[in-house]
Design a protein around this ligand. Structure first.
Ligand code: ZN
Length: 44
């Protein structure tokens, strides 16, 4: 499908994935991190 509405386009966008393990990240107020809580915990 070449034609895709903007609505469908955004729906196809992954919400957020951890840059390390690729796990889904819950939406948070602050988008400072690209890692899940588990990976963040390992760093900090
Ligand atoms: Zn992770």
């Amino acid at each position: 499908m070449m034609m895709m509405s903007s609505k469908e386009f955004f729906n196809n966008l992954p919400p957020k994935e951890c840059a390390k393990c690729g796990d889904h990240i819950e939406e948070m107020a602050d988008c400072y991190s690209h890692k899940c809580e588990d990976c963040e915990g390992e760093i900090h």
